[in-house]
Structures are given as C-alpha cells and as structure tokens.
Design a protein around this ligand. Structure first.
Ligand SMILES: N[C@@H](CCC(=O)N[C@@H](CS)C(=O)NCC(=O)O)C(=O)O
Length: 217
C-alpha cells in the first residue's frame, strides 16, 4: 500500500509524477499549507519538520523528495542509473541539484506569496534570488542543448526532480534566453505519466499567477 502526503503545486509533485511514471497504484492524502494539517502530531510523526512530501509504503515512512525518488527507483530498478553505471554520478547530481533550485524557489515563494505585507519583503532578496535561480536553470539549459533529457541515454528520475524545479522556476524567471529548457518542458508536458500526475495534483492554492515579477530596487 502506497500513500503519498501531498500539497498541490508543492515538491510532493515530484513523487506523485514519479509514481505515475513507474505505473504504481497509490493513494494521495491531500494537505494544505493553510489549514495547519502539516503541524498536527499525526503528521509530524510522519514528517518531523512538517513538510511534504511524506510517503508511506507498506508501513515504511519516508520524507525528503530526493531520497524518496532515489529509493523508489532503486527498489523498482527503474528510471535510475545503478551503482557502476557510467551515468551514475550525473544521475545523482541532477537528482539533488534539483534542491539547489529548490532553496531559491522556497525563498521566492516566501517573499512573493507567504509574506503578505510589503514591509515584510525585501526587493533586494527577491531580485537576487530570481537571479540565482536563473543561474541554476541555465546549467540545465546548457546540458539540454546537447540531448533531449538530462542524461544522454534518456529520460530518468533526474528529469522528474529537476523538471519540477523548472516548472516552478518558470513562475519567477523568464525562459526567453533558455530555449533548450523551454523545449524540454514541452517534451515533459507530452508525457502521459506527467499528464496523469497533473490531473491528480489538486486545486492550486499557492501559485495563482503565471509569473511573479521581482520589484525594482
Ligand atoms: N528538501 C525537502 C523540502 C520539503 C519542503 O520544504 N516542502 C515544502 C513544500 S514545497 C513544505 O512542506 N513546506 C511547508 C512548510 O514549510 O511549513 C524536500 O525536497 O522534500
């Protein structure tokens, strides 16, 4: 029995999408950032910092999206590059580099969305974080100019981890100068498993604008 604790548009989407790619049968337990359910003692027993994703698999509890993706691939023997594979190091790097983007996405989300009053926000931090996120995404753009997926041999969970970061990143960074990244997102959008995952994501509560412009400083 697989049960995914999920907030629509949040990092738990990585796990939702990978489970669809793997063809797993699973149940989604929906949560919201706005109803305190992530702070309940029951939820904290699953995810001690009160974050999503958390995944329950036959009584085993996992949190941290990169670790969950790695573990799912490893236990299913799919969409990964096993120890000894020529692409093993690259696969691990991309899987976790997704969270280098993730830290900027979290800061941008906090500034543009969670901090409601202007006096709470720092326009300098908002511009800086958008710039730093762009630099991270440019790394993927350069690689994707050479092949369709992040690894030369084809699609893997690295595309899932980083794909989510790029999907969200598009709300804070213009992709005009990153054509390979934009084409990759189009290829991702055509994947049947991605479409199934999007259909199960749930109603958007966090990001209501297509783009969040950094204020002038
Ligand atoms: N590095 C962690 C980050 C988890 C995380 O911070 N998730 C966010 C959603 S994207 C969350 O649950 N935020 C709720 C909170 O901070 O209270 C992962 O990739 O799983």
């Amino acid at each position: 029995m697989i049960r995914l604790h999920h907030v629509p548009q949040a990092r738990s989407f990585r796990v939702l999408w990978l489970l669809e790619e793997l063809g797993e049968t699973f149940e989604i337990v929906p949560h919201s950032f706005f109803d305190k359910s992530l702070r309940s003692p029951d939820y904290l027993a699953l995810s001690p910092a009160g974050r999503v994703p958390a995944l329950e698999v036959d009584g085993q509890i996992l949190f941290e999206s990169g670790a969950i993706l790695e573990w799912l691939c490893e236990t299913r023997g799919r969409l990964w590059r096993a120890p000894g594979d020529a692409e093993r190091v690259e696969w691990l790097e991309w899987l976790h580099f997704a969270e280098t983007a993730g830290q900027h996405l979290a800061n941008l989300t906090q500034h543009h969305i969670a901090l409601r009053e202007d006096w709470m926000r720092s326009p300098t931090v908002m511009r800086l974080e958008a710039k730093r996120l762009e630099k991270v995404l440019q790394v993927a753009d350069r690689v994707l100019a050479r092949h369709d997926w992040l690894l030369p041999s084809g699609f893997s969970a690295a595309d899932v981890a980083m794909g989510f970061s790029a999907l969200l990143g598009r709300r804070f960074v213009r992709f005009d100068g990153m054509p390979a990244l934009a084409s990759w997102l189009e290829r991702i959008a055509e994947r049947p498993a991605f479409r199934r995952a999007m259909a199960r994501d749930g109603a958007a509560e966090i990001y209501t604008q297509d783009f969040y412009e950094a204020p002038d400083v």
